[in-house]
Design a protein around this ligand. Structure first.
Ligand SMILES: *Cc1c(COP(=O)(O)O)cnc(C)c1O
Ligand code: SF4
Length: 342
């Protein structure tokens, strides 16, 4: 497939694109790479049939060999529990599919709009709402940013544009750089924000060509990473963060609260400490979107609040992420207050 894409474009594929293409895409090869019992295979195959396994090799290299409960593995390996039904868990929990303001544009919050640049990701996280729209290119702006740009130009109250998806950084620079240049030319915009998990799961993506278009223009660059556990953050991720910081990029992280993965004080504390050591501030800790197939990841609100309160007692305020949830139709992410604060 990638060979076909390459033959249709004059652009030479970059190192990160080869790394992306080399990722594991089958449950059996993932289990074999980690020396895990093939007894996990039937459940993994059942989940894979509806939302395929997809994970870069560099991310797998950070997992513990032979440990089925590894916190990174648990994010990508389908378990039998994915088949559990719960009427409170639905296919489009945040109502995004009906909220587009223009093709590829979600403008729900004051002053900033989110561009859905692609439906593709480098990794398939089992807790993600994408699990029901794995080929989500349908409402992406694809090669045509025209209508989205026209919308942004006509909204002088917008100061920030967020490139999101899917994962925007799965798109090649020859598509993203021209988009960034068009955004740069919209006078009322001040910031260009990218929401991406690639600097974590495929840090090769943060190469010179990317840094050039992202940080080389008029707009102030902000990158919101997505790491859920300190073990995700090895030296290759630290090096990618260094390159971004040296180019003047403000680095933040959003994590998802996941049962059995990062729902304890020690894991959250280690994550915040490790992020800050790499020059990244914790931003949001998201309560799980109630998406069908992810019931087993849910941490009850009361436990989530207690965790946030415990974290606030152990860390400086700037290392405590805001615990929030996304409510369809709300004007911002909804904070979950800690006990004693309402
Ligand atoms: C989460 C989100 C944002 C970003 O919200 P911030 O609080 O600015 O991080 C913007 N637009 C949409 C549609 C979102 O879902
Ligand atoms: S959108 Fe984010 S959470 Fe969802 S699969 Fe892609 S990287 Fe994972």
């Amino acid at each position: 497939m990638s060979a076909g894409v390459a033959s249709r474009t004059p652009h030479r594929s970059s190192a990160w694109q080869s790394e992306l293409a080399r990722g594991y895409r089958r449950p059996d090869e993932l289990l074999a790479a980690l020396g895990l019992d093939p007894a996990h295979l039937p459940a993994a195959r059942a989940g894979h049939a509806s939302f395929p396994v997809r994970v870069p090799r560099g991310f797998v290299a950070r997992m513990r060999h032979g440990d089925p409960d590894d916190p990174l593995l648990r994010q990508v390996l389908p378990l039998a529990a994915e088949q559990d039904d719960d009427p409170g868990f639905v296919r489009d929990p945040v109502g995004d599919l009906s909220a587009l303001s223009a093709p590829g544009v979600l403008h729900k919050y004051h002053g900033r709009a989110l561009l859905i640049t692609t439906g593709a990701c480098a990794i398939n996280c089992r807790y993600c709402f994408r699990r029901h729209f794995p080929y989500g290119d349908a409402h992406a702006a694809r090669d045509q940013w025209g209508p989205a740009l026209a919308y942004l130009r006509g909204r002088p109250e917008l100061t920030e544009v967020i490139l999101s998806g899917g994962d925007p950084l799965t798109l090649p620079d020859h598509r993203l750089a021209p988009l960034a240049a068009e955004l740069d030319a919209i006078g009322h915009l001040r910031r260009l924000r990218v929401h991406s998990r690639l600097p974590v799961v495929l840090p090769e993506r943060v190469d010179d060509a990317f840094v050039q278009w992202f940080a080389g223009g008029r707009l102030q660059p902000v990158m919101v990473l997505h790491a859920n556990h300190a073990n995700e953050l090895d030296t290759s991720v630290a090096a990618a963060c260094d390159r971004l910081r040296q180019a003047g990029v403000t680095l933040l992280n959003q994590a998802v609260l996941l049962r059995g993965i990062n729902d304890d004080v020690a894991s959250q504390e280690a994550l915040s400490e490790r992020l800050f050591a790499m020059g990244v501030l914790p931003y949001y800790l998201h309560q799980l979107d109630r998406v069908a197939g992810a019931t087993h990841f849910l941490v009850p609100d009361a436990s989530a609040r207690a965790l946030a309160a415990a974290l606030a007692e152990r860390l400086p305020g700037y290392l405590v992420p805001q615990l929030t949830r996304e409510d369809a139709g709300a004007p911002a992410k909804t904070p979950l207050s800690t006990p004693g604060h309402g």
